[in-house]
Design a protein around this ligand. Structure first.
Ligand SMILES: [Zn+2]
Length: 311
């Protein structure tokens, strides 16, 4: 049975870096944020992680041929409409469909996702599909698909670092901005922290329940960034993969080959010798009132997610 390693979490939590690192491991197909493949990849014709326009990338053409009979046979607009029926706030209902074995009958998007996974599994022969879509409800949909063994990696990051990162201006390599401004989308601190709490609570409760405690693993970005090799090995074990297939690290540096990620943070295009470093710029540059505000807003969840409750 093909395994799916679903990376769940709120944005700016290191999910893309993790996906790319796992894509260096033989037998693992790193696909990035599959959730966005319909809109950004197929409709907006954005780039694959390999640099090609996604719909012209041979890797994706092969996957869509196996899953849908051809990339031109996919009604991407309909897939996006079907996605619109699934929201994180409805996670409880999605979980109910899973329990009743009714996922595909209840949610049209489940059928799209299954065909996409089927296509990737067949065309690559991979043992594990790495899907870093992040959305909590999508993880539950995946867990309800027949024929797949879904395991969740729940990526967390300090909410102050996350709020700070969402505020920074950054140019986008492949127009991953919402309004094609050439900048990554920015999110204000209140929203960032509210969604941080909401997503992480839903993943910890409903996501974990959907796959079972043994198939749920919580990782903090801070440990991945400081001890990448140890953490990647632990995640490979979790995915049922021989941990000795872990890419060779020289300290915190690793050689990165291109992956065919559908979407994600612009760092997915980084190849060659790459240093994995902790981005803790917030600790120095985040104004204290902002730290206080995020800490106050996140207090109910900080301890639960093993983060310091002092600002
Ligand atoms: Zn590609």
């Amino acid at each position: 049975m093909t395994r799916v390693l679903y990376i769940a979490g709120w944005g700016r939590s290191g999910t893309t870096i993790l996906d790319n690192l796992l894509g260096q491991v033989p037998g693992l197909a790193s696909t990035g944020e599959l959730h966005n493949i319909w809109q950004r990849g197929l409709i907006e014709r954005r780039q694959c992680g390999c640099g090609e326009v996604l719909s012209e990338c041979a890797w994706w053409q092969a996957a869509f041929k196996e899953g849908f009979g051809g990339i031109d046979k996919v009604d991407a607009a309909d897939a996006v409409r079907a996605q619109g029926q699934i929201h994180t706030r409805d996670s409880r209902a999605v979980l109910r469909a899973l329990r009743q074995g009714q996922m595909i009958e209840r949610y049209r998007y489940a059928d799209y996702l299954k065909k996409l996974y089927d296509g990737i599994a067949t065309s690559t022969g991979a043992d594990v599909i790495v899907d870093s879509s992040k959305f909590p409800a999508d993880a539950i949909v995946a867990a309800g698909l027949p024929g797949y063994d879904v395991r969740i990696v729940h990526m967390l990051r300090d909410p102050r670092a996350v709020a700070h990162s969402w505020q920074r201006k950054r140019a986008v390599a492949d127009k991953d901005s919402d309004k094609n401004s050439g900048q990554l989308r920015r999110v204000n601190l209140v929203r960032s922290t509210a969604v941080w709490q909401f997503y992480n609570q839903v993943i910890a409760r409903h996501g974990r329940s959907a796959v079972g405690a043994g198939s749920y693993l919580r990782i903090q970005y801070e440990e991945l960034a400081t001890e990448p090799e140890r953490v990647v090995r632990r995640i490979l074990q979790h995915a049922g993969v021989d941990e000795d297939l872990c890419p060779e690290f020289d300290g915190n540096e690793v050689e990165m080959l291109p992956t065919h990620t559908a979407s994600g943070n612009p760092n997915r295009f980084r190849t060659g010798r790459t240093a994995i470093r902790l981005d803790d710029e917030w600790a120095e540059n985040m104004p204290s009132w902002r730290r206080l505000a995020v800490t106050a807003l996140a207090t109910p969840t900080l301890r639960q997610m093993s983060y310091d409750r002092r600002p």
